[in-house]
Design a binder for this molecule. Structure first.
Ligand SMILES: C[S@@+](CC[C@H](N)C(=O)[O-])C[C@H]1O[C@@H](n2cnc3c(N)ncnc32)[C@H](O)[C@@H]1O
Length: 358
């Protein structure tokens, strides 16, 4: 698995394993993905299918790997098969997406900032508490390639660390939509000379963070984003600021997304680093692609939206420095109705770093 094996030898091991255990093949696929060996991960999914037949898990994951490899047509074909399978079992699944699609188009017409149709999810105190604890335990006990939250936050952390290496003047890192701020806490210990700020509109999550994680260079804040930005100043004027976000902009409507980036530019924030979901739209059956689709945002589940990140960065005055796509390795445990869940097996995590244009 370290890249030094003879590929022929790998293949014969994989064939044998596939006859033995589909679960083992899925674990192997994760390890291949962790090592950047996406073609070998695809062979694992072929092996599972040979043993138990094509299934929603391998179809979704195969689509995700193919899209991350830049093979959009093949990814769309894998997704089409997945969609057919789900609709056979849950013919009403698409109706749920239509509600979300309709909400997105009305939001675009009215410049609305947030989703409307499922706003009650986070209104429930018990749900916030239990979701926070679930995230906390995942961050505490899971590895990057065994849990979806760890994988997506791991990708963001890589982007943050690369930027910290490149820019020694970075004074503040502001995490938009932190929720359970365990990753901010870990980073604050690893980088004691940087000020870490975890921001979320959920006051309860922020209070739980303050109780659980304390460090001199760490703050958790809620409240009005614009007012906070106006007050956000590094210790020394020559220091730069980063705004980062992970799986939080997928919850927002395009207008809000634009608003956050434009505010960042007005405040002179030098770096934007984001890891967000990109996925296929279940109604069109196709992956959303920047520069190919004329849309700027597209629904991928009843509360998740892909955005044209490159476009919004450029509009706000930021230049893309680099961008990577990573296939999802485990299932995405989000509060969506069951028939919609398998669609989320096919998302990829896109991480990008962008810098304020001169
Ligand atoms: C799916 S959670 C992700 C949390 C965390 N970034 C992670 O990856 O574990 C999305 C978070 O974004 C926050 N969020 C969404 N829209 C927001 C907004 N407009 N202002 C502040 N926070 C927002 C939500 O409250 C929620 O905590």
């Amino acid at each position: 698995m370290d890249g030094r094996n003879d590929p022929q030898e790998d293949q014969s091991h994989l064939d044998q394993l596939s006859l033995f255990s589909p679960e083992m093949m899925d674990v192997l696929a994760r390890r291949f993905i962790a090592a950047g060996r996406y073609s070998d991960a695809l062979k694992c999914y072929d092996g599972i299918d040979k043993k138990i037949g094509a299934n929603i898990l391998t179809l979704g994951k195969r689509a995700s790997v193919l899209f991350a490899m830049g093979q959009a047509d093949e990814a769309n074909a894998a997704f089409a098969e997945l969609k057919m399978k789900i609709l056979k079992e849950s013919p009403n699944a698409l109706a749920m997406y239509e509600v979300a699609e309709n909400d997105l188009s009305i939001a675009l017409q009215n410049d609305r900032l947030e989703t409307n149709h499922n706003e009650s999810y986070w209104d429930d105190k018990e749900k916030i508490e239990s979701t926070w604890r679930h995230y906390y335990l995942s961050f505490k006990n899971s590895g990057r390639y065994t849990n979806v939250g760890c994988q997506i936050n791991g990708a963001l952390i890589e982007g943050i660390k690369t930027t910290l290496k490149e820019d020694s003047s970075l004074g503040i890192v502001f995490n938009f939509g932190t929720f359970c701020g365990f990753p901010d806490y870990n980073l604050s210990k690893e980088f004691p000379d940087t000020q870490w700020v975890g921001y979320d509109r959920e006051t309860l999550a922020i209070e739980m963070n303050r109780k659980a994680f304390q460090a001199d260079n760490l703050l958790y804040i809620d409240g009005d984003f614009h007012r906070l930005m106006a007050r956000l100043k590094p210790k020394r004027p020559e220091q730069s600021v980063m705004l980062c976000h992970v799986r939080s902009f997928t919850e927002m409507m395009p207008k809000k997304f634009q608003d956050v980036y434009q505010t960042a530019r007005e405040r002179g924030i030098k770096w934007l680093v984001g890891t967000e979901l990109i996925g296929p739209n279940p109604i069109s059956g196709r992956y959303f692609q920047s520069g190919v689709d004329d849309k700027r945002s597209d629904i991928i589940s009843n509360q998740t939206t892909s955005h044209d990140y490159e476009y919004f960065l450029d509009q706000a005055g930021y230049a893309l420095v680099n961008q990577t796509d990573e296939p999802i390795v485990s299932y995405h445990a989000v509060p969506v109705a069951f028939p919609l869940m398998p669609f989320l097996y096919s998302v990829v995590f896109r991480t990008y770093r962008a810098r304020l244009k001169a």
